[in-house]
Ligand binder design. Structure first.
Ligand code: CA
Length: 231
């Protein structure tokens, strides 16, 4: 698993630098956007694990960004921590109502922020935890034994195919981009020759092996894949 990717949305350069420094020191990967439009673009493209969202932004403000992120299926499950000023008490409440996960009031210490980030990520991971044995339709996946079965017959999958299936299942129906899958399964530092089409190739072989249950792995054109739970 590669390190979590955090999108910083803030227009004040010094704060961005401070955040980047402290987050990277903790082993997080960072991206930054200086305004709302940039932030929405990046969130769609990069699928970060968390967004640190300053509410005071030029143009589209933080609350609007929050609303847009929560409206869009590709980004609605990305956790958001708002950065607020003391004077923005009511905005903070609106933000939480819009679906932000937490907030932190400026000025804050890097330690406090890191602790909040870790707490939110931990909460999300708990929520996304899968049962040891997962069943849907004719498909059974035993995560403790690393066994995949279709109609109770074991299917021989490779380690990468298993990881791919597990990642899709963990997303609980959310769409995952090819880049995200590549990063998560092949790692951030994957060799140059491993391209996003590697993901397509593995999806194809995995689908073949899943037989009638292959219908659950849906292609989202020009973007990625998702796992369909419903019959
Ligand atoms: Ca700002």
């Amino acid at each position: 698993m590669s390190k979590e990717k955090i999108l910083i949305v803030e227009d004040e350069k010094d704060i961005v630098k401070m955040l980047e420094y402290n987050l990277q020191k903790e082993g997080f990967r960072t991206l930054s956007a200086r305004d709302g439009e940039d932030a929405l673009d990046m969130a769609m493209r990069e699928h970060p694990d968390l967004v640190l969202l300053d509410l005071m932004l030029p143009g589209m403000d933080g609350l609007e960004v929050c609303k847009e992120l929560k409206k869009e299926a590709k980004t609605d499950s990305i956790p958001i921590i708002m950065l607020t000023a003391k004077s923005q008490e009511s905005d903070k409440v609106i933000g939480l109502e819009l679906g932000a996960d937490d907030y932190i009031t400026k000025p804050f210490s890097p330690r406090e922020l890191i602790a909040r980030i870790k707490a939110v990520l931990r909460r999300i991971n708990e929520k996304e935890k899968l049962p040891q044995v997962f069943r849907v339709g004719d498909l059974t996946v035993d995560f403790s034994k690393i066994v995949v079965m279709v109609k109770d017959k074991p299917v021989a999958v490779t380690a990468k195919e298993f990881e791919l299936l597990k990642t899709l299942l963990k997303a609980k129906g959310r769409v995952l981009s090819r880049d995200y899958l590549l990063d998560t399964i092949w790692g951030f530092d994957h060799a140059m020759e491993i391209q996003t089409r590697t993901v397509d190739v593995h999806i194809r072989t995995l689908r073949k092996k899943l037989k009638n249950e292959s219908k659950r792995i849906l292609t989202v054109k020009n973007y990625g894949y998702r796992f369909e739970y419903e019959d």
